[in-house]
Ligand binder design. Structure first.
Ligand SMILES: *Cc1c(COP(=O)(O)O)cnc(C)c1O
Length: 346
């Protein structure tokens, strides 16, 4: 495999002279700042945020045991996903490969950027179809998207197929690990040194309980990161988010404790669901949600809505027919759900 970042970066991005913000041109500490047309009167937020989020990256770097130069932060992972399309996929020309059923943002970002998605569906047990994947790769393929553990199916994808892809594909291989903290599997972050084409996405939205904060993280070679830094909006992570994230990341033990609580609740929920006679299948889950095949799923979904209980109806998603995706909630919330389903099917 010959991975050459120069070959896969869009020519316009390669040649682009990035916007140079006031905070790019002067970085140190000063007494008087008259360079950014900011209002001098203190509102707590009158200054622009650090465009490269150095303090926050240093914190993440310690937790993830990775150099800060290998990190890009975004306004949610969704921004990181979009940056990847904009950096590497020429609109109307290049393609990416996705593995449905999977996270919807890959398709949406592809559509927004006018990039074709080459779809290689997962097998009926939600595994990668390696043969079809390799057949789908062509000269226009720039990014292969893996989501592991996968949303909405909940399973971790076979690492051997992913390794084979990393070894043979000369575009970017993205592994979205939004749910990694709920899983026993090792993060692909540990393999960054071995694969120049590897890009990992994580987020504070799930295990860290900070979906409202909007902080997504990308991990890759310093070279890939610098391409994305070139095209990202200069102040894409605001000051409040940076501060709150630095503070919250200090509570690693508490994060791990809530993950344990959620995983325990997941086991009870699986147990309760398995006692419901119309439940056909509960798919294995390495996440904080469960995909359940249940008779008459759409009807159950609608009846639950009437009772002010909202789950995700995935019935019209290929391979997820008659399936609901249920996020693991608090004990009393899960109990309410179970009681409501039992009442509906009576
Ligand atoms: C929830 C989720 C995310 C999180 O996106 P944010 O923009 O960081 O909130 C990313 N990827 C997948 C697969 C998800 O399910």
């Amino acid at each position: 495999m010959i991975f050459d970042l120069n070959n896969i970066t869009r020519p316009s991005v390669k040649n682009l002279k990035p916007y140079s913000s006031a905070r790019d041109e002067f970085t140190g500490k000063a007494e008087v700042y008259l360079d950014a047309n900011e209002n001098p009167f203190d509102t707590g937020l009158n200054r622009y945020p650090d465009p490269y989020q150095q303090k926050l990256k240093n914190k993440i770097s310690k937790i993830k045991n990775i150099d800060a130069r290998n990190i890009i932060l975004g306004n949610g992972s969704d921004e990181v996903i979009d940056l990847l399309f904009r950096a590497f996929c020429e609109p109307g020309e290049d393609e990416v490969i996705i593995h449905p059923p999977t996270y919807g943002m890959y398709q949406v970002c592809a559509d927004v950027n006018n990039v074709k998605t080459n779809k290689v569906p997962l097998t009926s047990d939600f595994e990668l179809d390696e043969t079809k994947l390799f057949e789908a790769i062509n000269k226009k393929s720039k990014i292969i998207w893996f989501c592991s553990p996968n949303n909405p199916t909940g399973n971790t994808l076979d690492p051997t197929s992913i390794k084979n892809t990393l070894n043979s594909f000369n575009g970017i291989v993205v592994i979205d690990e939004a749910y990694i903290d709920f899983s026993d599997s090792q993060s692909w972050i540990d393999f960054l040194d071995f694969y120049p084409n590897l890009f990992i996405i994580q987020t504070l939205s799930k295990a860290w309980g900070l979906a409202g904060l909007r902080l997504g993280m990308g991990f890759a070679s310093a070279e890939i990161i610098s391409v994305l830094n070139k095209i990202k909006p200069p102040y894409n992570v605001n000051s409040l988010t940076q501060e709150k994230a630095i503070e919250s990341l200090g509570y690693l033990d508490e994060k791990n404790e809530t993950v344990d609580v959620i995983l325990n609740e997941k086991n009870s929920l699986i147990n309760d669901l398995s006692n419901i006679p119309t439940v056909e299948k509960i798919y294995p889950s390495d996440t904080n949600f469960i995909l359940v095949k249940i008779n008459d799923a759409t009807n159950i979904y609608n009846k639950l809505v009437e009772q002010s209980i909202i789950v995700r109806n995935r019935s019209n998603v290929k391979l997820c027919e008659e399936c609901l995706r249920i996020t693991v909630g608090k004990s009393e919330e899960n109990n309410k759900l179970i009681e409501a389903i039992k009442e509906i099917i009576k």
